[in-house]
Design a protein around this ligand. Sequence first.
Ligand SMILES: Nc1ncnc2c1ncn2[C@@H]1O[C@H](COP(=O)(O)OP(=O)(O)OP(=O)(O)O)[C@@H](O)[C@H]1O
Ligand SMILES: [Mg+2]
Length: 354
Amino acid sequence: MKNLINKIKNLFSDDIGIDLGTTNTLVYVKGRGIVINEPSMVAVNNKTGQVVAVGKDAKEMLGRTPGHVRAVQPLIDGVISDFEVTEEMLSYLINKAQNGFKLLGPRVVVGIPSGITGVQTRAVRDAAMNAGARTVHIVEEPMAAAIGIGLPVHEPTGSMVIDIGGGTTDIGVISLSGIVNSRNIKIAGDRLNSDIITYIRNEFKILIGEKSAEDAKIATGSVLESDEGLESVVRGRDLITGLPREILVTDKDIREAIHHSITQLVDMTKEVLETTPPEIVSDVLQSGIYLAGGGALIRGLSVMLSDMLGGIKIVVAEDPLTAVVRGTGIMLDDIESYKESLKEHENQLSPTTK
Ligand SMILES: Nc1ncnc2c1ncn2[C@@H]1O[C@H](COP(=O)(O)OP(=O)(O)OP(=O)(O)O)[C@@H](O)[C@H]1O
Ligand SMILES: [Mg+2]
C-alpha cells in the first residue's frame, strides 16, 4: 500500500520557487532546498533556433561563440528581452528540477521585479505555463525578499527592503501582507559595471570588458573612504596603441566611477521614506532597512546608507543573493496564506497564448 502511495506521489511534481533574476536564476524545490543557482544566460543556435546550453555552460560561451551560436540574456534590466528564450530557460529549469517524468506539472512561484508591466508579468506567467507548470503564482521581488529574510510581512507593522540585483534595484515597504510603497530603477550591479568601464576608458584610455569590470567592482569596490588601500589589476585594450595593457585600479577609482549611481540609489531610498505614511516610517526606524540582492555586498554600503539617512539602522540580509528564492520557497509551503502578497494568483493558461 505504502508503495502504491509513493508511486502515485511520484507522478506529481515537486513544487518549485524561481527567482528569475537579470544576472542569476535560482530554483528552490520543496523538500530539497535550492537546487539550481546559475547565471541567467542561454546559448542559441542561430541556424536551428535550438537552445545549445543554459546557465553556467552558456555563460562560458559568451564572447567565445562561433558565428552561428549566440549567447542571450533572457532578461535585461529586469525585463524579459526575449520571450522564447525565457520560455526555453524556464522549461529547462523546471525539467532539471524534477526527477524524471511527471504526470502533473509543478506549482510554481516566480519572483519578478516590482514595477514590471502587466504585459510582462503575463509573459512570465505564460512562459512558465508553457514550460510545464500546473499553476503559476507571481510575487514581486521585494515581497519575496522580505519573506525570505523572515520579516513579519503579515503583521500591521512596516518592513522595508532594498533589493539591489544585477538589472534593477527594487525598494519595497511592506505592511499587512501588501506592498505599501515601492520604487524600482534600472540602477544596480550591471550599471555599476558599465560605470566602471566608462571611467576606465576616460581616465586610463583603456577599454575593458564587462567581466573585468565586475571583478574589479567585487575585489576593490567600496563606497567608504576608510576602506582605502584596496587595489586590483585590470586588463584591457589600450585605445591609443590598440595593444593589450594592464593597470592597477584602486578603491578610490571604483568609488569615483560608481559615485553617481550610488547617489541615485540613496536619493530613491529617501524618496520612498518621504512618501511612506509616518506610522509606517516609524516602524521602519525601529526595525531598520534590510538590504538584499548581490548589491547588498558592496563594501561599506550599509554604513554609508545609514549616514546618509540620519542614522537609521541598515541590515544586510544573511545570504542576500538567495533571499528572493528562499522567500518563494517559504510561500510554497502555504500558498493560501500568502495570497494577499501575490501580484498574480492565476491558475489558468491565458486564452491568448493557445
Ligand atoms: N561582493 C559583491 N560586491 C558587489 N557586487 C556584487 C557582489 N557579489 C555580487 N554582486 C553583484 O550582484 C549582482 C547580482 O545580484 P543578484 O543575483 O541579486 O541579481 P539578480 O537577481 O540576477 O538581478 P535582478 O534582481 O536585477 O533581476 C551582479 O551585478 C553582481 O556583480
Ligand atoms: Mg533579483
